[in-house]
Design a protein around this ligand. Structure first.
Ligand code: Z5A
Length: 218
């Protein structure tokens, strides 16, 4: 059985990292030892690209370079980690994936969506998540959560208008692909968010007969 790719998406401070841990635990309870990764990054080459992308000293990076570097990291991740894991029947959990490029480089930077779709087909080998959890919350609430946790990276230094466009782009993608996306209101208390995520993933596991296929512990 081919594995499944589950991705977490959302704006700043949406709670992706927090939710990812709970998700990994939930899958483990079903006997699924998921491969956990992140974007940009996830491979040695990707992590080097991530440092370049997030370095606040690289203020001159143009939008086209940013988009191509996101996909350079993704091309490496797909071939080195995601495709082999899925082919071996492993499940993969990724903190962001291609939807982030549509949201940040498309919505935020105004890069043409058709060009991003072409990169998705070519550089990302057409790999698409089986399930995407979009953690959605108002921009100012997300920014307030991450304020004060240290120096902002290059993208975090953008203004609220940029992040509003990112949020709109994410929500538009969720509306356009309701079979894949589940939108979670992450402005609610963490316990509520985690319960929602748990229910969504439980339904996904059920729908995919995952417990049986992966030999759930009794
Ligand atoms: N990027 C891009 O432009 N294009 C792409 O294709 C890709 C990425 C793949 C790096 O991403 C940057 O790259 C990112 C998008 C861009 N840009 N920025 N800026 P990243 O995922 O590594 O970094 P991030 O988005 O900045 O992560 P984050 O801000 O740390 O968000 P998070 O992981 O979603 O949040 P968190 O760390 O789990 O939670 C933040 C805080 O909120 C923390 O103190 C939690 O305890 C708290 N929290 C979480 N949930 C709650 C609830 N429900 N209530 C109250 N408090 C909460």
């Amino acid at each position: 059985m081919k594995g499944k790719l589950i991705t977490l998406e959302g704006g700043e401070g949406a709670g992706k990292s927090t939710v990812l841990d709970a998700l990994r635990t939930q899958l483990a309870q079903h006997g699924i030892d998921a491969v956990v990764t992140r974007e940009p990054g996830g491979t040695p080459v990707g992590e080097a690209i991530r440092s370049l992308l997030l370095d606040p000293a690289r203020a001159g990076l143009c939008a086209e370079t940013e988009l191509l570097l996101m996909f350079a990291s993704r091309a490496q991740l797909v071939r080195e980690l995601v495709e082999p894991a899925l082919a071996a029947g492993r499940w993969v959990l990724s903190d962001r994936f291609t939807d982030a490029s549509f949201a940040y480089q498309g919505g935020g930077r105004g890069q043409p969506l058709a060009r991003i779709a072409e990169l998705e087909r070519w550089a990302a080998a057409g790999v698409r998540p089986d399930l995407t959890l979009l953690l959605d919350l108002p921009v100012d609430e997300g920014l307030a959560r991450v304020r004060g946790r240290g120096p902002a990276d290059r993208i975090e230094m953008e203004n609220a208008h940029f992040f509003e466009n990112v949020r709109d782009a994410y929500r538009a993608r969720a509306v356009a692909d309701p079979a894949r996306f589940r939108v979670i209101d992450s402005s609610r208390p963490l316990a509520y968010v985690l319960a929602q995520v748990h229910d969504v993933v439980a339904a996904f596991l059920d729908a995919n007969g995952a417990a049986r296929a992966q030999g759930a512990r009794p």
